[in-house]
Write a protein that binds this ligand. Structure first.
Ligand code: CTP
Length: 389
């Protein structure tokens, strides 16, 4: 960490990384210590936070840290720190560690918008990138009090955390692959204040999109209504209705290597939805419904050769037989079958219990697991299918 007002956000970053199982060694510049205390990080990481290079007993800290690190994240990276790093300075523990490491280094800039736009900074950032360092673009948003808004704000800890994951989890079977994931429920308007929908929360699709992006895929997440925050990293397209989702999927599918259709698009829409709010008195006692487009059925025509199409089937009993019918009817490579009547499975919860059926007739019954774990299982199989094994 170098010394910027965004340093307070690095406490959350250190906590996120530690909670995810990482061993986090925090190295602070003297300027960073003006903003946050080393003790704060020791409490969050359970490890000694280091700042001094000239301290008896710590002479070789920079070499040890540099060797042990799987990834080095400089957050916040101030204009001054990046200037020093770009010129190979090694006059404190942080810059000396940067020179001594052969691990991937991620700079997360945070500064005033004028400092970010200054030709000196622009040149230093370009030079750091040329040298093989990764430098995130800062967010465009409110800066320090009274400084208005502009590019220079440090990205949120969750975003930095996702980028660290993408560095650590790069997976050769999915790196650079274009993966489309749909998630959540679509909503079909009844009138301007009411809609038809379902209980999908979007957890499963969000988990697949996040994990695919961490593995290095180029991910587009097409999201209906969700109850969860969408993951940092993937490009997001919002699709409120089944028709909007169908349009987005048919556009994206043409260049996609894989589609994971985890969304629950509404199957019916209201014919001639009312332009004004329906009134209780004299109001409708029945709605005239028409079927929406079956998005998966339509992708067959537009898909790229060799692409992998994965659907879901949420049933309430007799799940495997119905799932097998959907696999065939929708011409899928794999279907993830789950049963809403089973404990811990289906919409809403953090877990699922699924059966995987594939085009070649194989069946796999997976145990109950977190949706985040199931996402990894699905991506292992999609990666293998894409690579012909
Ligand atoms: N699906 C779709 N387009 C729709 C509805 C569903 O592409 N209009 C997709 C879902 O995203 C899922 C798969 O089709 O991947 C199966 O969804 P499901 O609701 O189980 O099946 P339906 O085809 O809607 O059949 P039914 O509701 O009659 O069980």
């Amino acid at each position: 960490m170098s010394g910027g007002i965004a340093a307070y956000k690095s406490v959350s970053l250190a906590r996120l990384l530690t909670q995810a199982g990482a061993q986090v060694d925090v190295v602070l510049t003297r300027a960073a210590l003006e903003f946050v205390g080393a003790i704060t990080f020791e409490a969050v990481t359970g490890r000694q936070a280091l700042a001094e290079i000239f301290e008896p007993g710590h002479a070789l800290d920079h070499i040890r840290l540099a060797r042990e690190a799987d990834v080095v994240v400089v957050a916040p990276a101030t204009a001054d720190l990046m200037a020093r790093a770009a010129h190979g300075h090694a006059d404190d523990l942080l810059t000396a560690s940067l020179l001594a490491t052969s691990s991937t280094v991620l700079f997360v800039p945070a500064m005033n918008d004028h400092m970010w736009a200054h030709p000196q900074t622009v040149r230093n950032v370009a030079h750091l990138r040329e040298l093989g360092y990764k430098v995130l673009d800062p967010d465009d948003g409110p800066l320090a009090v009274g400084e208005g808004s502009g590019p220079g704000r440090m990205p949120e800890p969750e975003t930095i955390f996702a980028h660290v994951g993408r560095i650590l989890e790069a997976d050769s079977t999915l790196r650079g692959r274009r993966i489309i994931v749909t998630t959540g429920a679509t909503r079909e308007p009844v009138d301007p204040v009411r809609f038809l929908s379902n209980h999908s929360t979007g957890k499963m699709g969000a988990a697949v999109a996040a994990a695919a992006w961490r593995r290095g895929a180029d991910v587009t997440l097409i999201a209906g209504h969700t109850d969860v925050d969408l993951p940092a990293g993937p490009r997001v397209i919002r699709a409120d209705t089944t028709a909007a989702m169908a349009a987005a999927v048919s556009e994206e599918i043409r260049s996609a290597d894989a589609l994971v259709m985890a969304a629950a698009p509404a199957d019916f829409t209201v014919k001639d939805a009312s332009a004004t709010k329906l009134k209780r008195e004299g109001g409708a006692s029945a709605l005239d419904l028409v079927e929406t487009a079956d998005i998966l059925k339509a992708v067959s025509a537009g898909r790229k050769r060799g692409s992998v199409i994965v659907g879901f089937a949420l049933e309430t009993g007799d799940a495997t037989t119905r799932g097998a019918e959907k696999l065939r009817a929708k011409n899928l490579d794999m279907i993830v079958v789950n049963d809403q009547t089973e404990a811990g499975a289906g919409f809403g919860g953090d877990t699922n219990r699924v059966t995987l059926l594939t085009r070649d007739g194989k069946r796999e019954d997976l145990p109950l697991m977190l949706k985040t774990e199931l996402a990894e299982q699905l991506l292992d199989r999609i990666g293998a299918m894409l690579n012909g094994s």
